[in-house]
Ligand binder design. Sequence first.
Ligand SMILES: [Zn+2]
Length: 142
Amino acid sequence: MHTNRIKIKPLTRYLWALPCTIVGITWVLPVLLLGAKARGVSGALEISLPNSDHIISKLYQRPPFIAITFGHVIIGKSTAELARLRTHEHAHVRQYECWGILFFIAYPLSSLLQWARGRHPYWDNHFEIAARAAEKRALATR
Ligand SMILES: [Zn+2]
């Protein structure tokens, strides 16, 4: 019985986060089809956008992020940035596994609450603070 629970749990996490993963895949699909680098890392799909010379990069010119996570899809400006931000973005993957589609409400709500309290909507966002804490823990254990 215990073994069955361990086998089912990862699948449940993927299914619970699936609507968000689909949003990420849909958003990045054009560059994915035209040769963006994609690879699986720790159960998530990391996709790096092509460099600025690539014709399709005009679609995603100057994205307002270095890396962004949708469910089990992490989109980054480059493989180097994906590597640099891996712990942080994978912390967001764990948050999607916990919140599922509700993350699309919880994250902006946290930003809104912080903004309403006169704080910074990004830096004081509960989920960003937790992701930065995961980074600090990873650095401390190296
Ligand atoms: Zn973050």
